[in-house]
Design a binder for this molecule. Sequence first.
Ligand code: UTP
Length: 292
Amino acid sequence: MIKKAVIPAAGFGTRFLPAAKSQPKEMLPIVDTPVIQFVVEEAVASGITDILMVIGKGKRAIEEHFDRNFELENELEEKNKVEELNLMRRISNLAEVHFVWQKELKGLGDAIYCARHHVGDEPFAVLLGDTIIESENPVTLQLMKAFERYRECMVALEEVDRAKVERYGVISGREIEPSVFLIDDFVEKPSPKDAPSNLAIAGRYILTPDIFDTISKTDYGKNNEIQLTDAMRKLVAERAMYGLKFKGRRHDIGNKLDFIRTNIWYALKRDDMKDEIKEFMARILSGDDSPF
Ligand code: UTP
């Protein structure tokens, strides 16, 4: 049973400047909850008890978010804000959270490599810290269940619009049972006409520990970074690797448009604000230039 998860959250977030200059993009809120808290909640709901976050310069707010804040708790207690107090305590008790520093930001592959001592010799989950996947059944758990059957690396796959495949890493492979693919290669950002499929790698993985050795032998690739996809490409040449077309909806918070869309989407699910948001949007769409 997989108990450990790695959450890479050290990246610069250049697509989200200037907001990401001095604060982690992973701490940007969806309504009132930081993106990375959704990610941790998914891991915990999947049965993960040990989480390693890979962080770097300017990312201390992530540590503080998952630590206890006794001053704040005392303040909430004194003011009898019980609901908020319970929420604060729940966040710091979600899981055993550890941190490791990626000293030089050399890419996602390198970020995963920083987890090698903590993970040891067992399969583990990876959840990108800037990607929320909304689903009834947590996607990491969907991957873990599939992993139990195949015992090889399992990558979450999302069907994307063929015209947009050049934004993603996609797989080539064949479906061996409904929603499970035996992967034979990965292609980074192909043009729609050359793409072997429209199945994109979606920010959740179960990896076997031999990935560490493979990453150590992977050269710098695109953007002069050590790419996880390049390491997986090497590994898939040596052993079987699978992809699971998950049930759920992915939100990549690392780009501004998806961030805004996701905020609206989640705000519309909230009983305390959905009616007012709908009214506000209706006023904007009807051309009202003072909808506030
Ligand atoms: P991205 O591909 O979004 O890269 O990383 P980035 O550098 O954070 O953002 P852009 O592209 O410059 O806007 C996906 C996840 O991997 C982490 C990021 O923090 C993010 O959660 N990551 C990326 C690392 O931990 N280390 C790295 O060197 C690169």
